[in-house]
Design a protein around this ligand. Structure first.
Ligand code: C2E
Ligand code: MG
Ligand code: MG
Ligand code: MG
Length: 289
């Protein structure tokens, strides 16, 4: 029976026919071992500054390859960890690992700012400020090398609590981006009341800007609004040169997406950036049609 069970599990990987509820249960069952064996790693995706071509800022994204399930996307396991409470544990590890990586890059003479995704539950549990401050201290990393990415959900349950903690992060020198903008309430009031530095426009809006004039107008409106209140704008999920050109015309500040680079392991990133100069890279992307 144990053998048969194992075979069944092996078939129900990401490419199999497992119903979502089964897949969900399998992920939950594999999590304790994944924590024990430290199976989670961070990959990094560069963000390109459109004015300078600089690509030194990156976003840290969790990766998990399980011996039974294969690669499991954070889009699958993060919501499960939010239900189980594991999100606080993994969140703490992500922060620590990102600061350790920031230190490694500083020592190598290639400083990079790292954006870290933070779950609403980390704000609700009030763990984010002490976790970040102690990790920065532990690895002797200046705060300007860390950015925190939050979603609207983080502010909605308890706005004063969210503002208070984000304010403390800002005062420490950490920048704050509002992630996935456009997928939730897209509240202007929230944009104004949170102590943000950046708005990240969600991929679903960026997807069609080069074919849908109304989407382009909408993104242009978000960019102008963000600029009017002093925020910088990053577009995520940029895959085609035609999207990049439009975003440039709409005065977007920064782009992130497969066109610039997929998320990669930290060693691949340094190779990638050492090989080609940032400016010539930017020009080749600009020139591509
Ligand atoms: P996100 O923060 O909005 O991250 C962007 C996602 O879009 C990433 O998916 C990235 O790999 C993907 N992406 C970037 N550029 C492109 C593109 O040009 N085309 C396409 N098709 N996709 C692109 P990923 O890595 O699967 O992460 C999914 C989500 O999981 C993230 O969305 C974030 O909400 C969450 N997540 C990832 N790492 C962490 C973490 O450390 N902590 C928390 N709390 N959440 C995380
Ligand atoms: Mg993000
Ligand atoms: Mg995002
Ligand atoms: Mg997103």
């Amino acid at each position: 029976a144990k053998q048969a069970g194992k075979r069944q599990v092996a078939r129900l990987d990401g490419h199999g026919e497992a119903a979502p509820i089964v897949r969900n249960a399998l992920i939950r069952r594999r999590l304790p071992e994944a924590f024990e064996t430290r199976a989670f790693t961070l990959h990094y995706q560069p963000q390109m500054d459109l004015a300078s071509g600089d690509r030194s800022a990156v976003e840290a994204l969790l990766r998990w390859t399980d011996p039974v399930l294969g690669a499991v996307s954070p889009a699958e396991f993060i919501p499960i960890m939010e239900l189980s409470g594991d999100i606080l544990r993994i969140g703490q590890r992500v922060i620590n690992e990102a600061c350790a990586q920031a230190r490694t890059w500083l020592d190598a003479g290639t400083p990079r700012r790292i954006a870290v995704n933070v779950s609403p539950l980390q704000l609700a549990a009030r763990t984010i400020v002490p976790d970040l401050v102690s990790a920065l201290h532990r690895h002797n990393v200046p705060a300007h090398l860390i950015e925190v990415e939050i979603t609207e959900g983080a502010a909605i349950t308890d706005l004063p609590r969210a503002i208070g903690q984000l304010q403390q992060l800002r005062e420490a020198g950490i920048s704050i981006a509002l992630d996935d903008y456009g997928t939730g309430f897209s509240s202007l009031a929230l944009l104004r009341s949170l102590p943000l530095t950046t708005v990240k426009i969600d991929k679903t809006f960026v997807d069609n800007i080069d074919s849908s004039p109304s989407d382009a107008l909408l993104v242009g409106g978000i960019i102008d609004t963000a600029h009017a209140i002093g925020l910088s704008v990053t577009a995520e999920g940029v895959e085609r040169p035609s999207q990049l050109q439009l975003l440039r015309d709409l005065r977007c500040d920064t782009v992130q997406g497969y066109l610039v680079s997929r998320p990669v392991a930290p060693e691949q990133l340094s190779q990638h950036c050492d090989r080609a100069s940032v400016m010539s890279d930017s020009r080749s992307i600009r020139g591509a049609k």
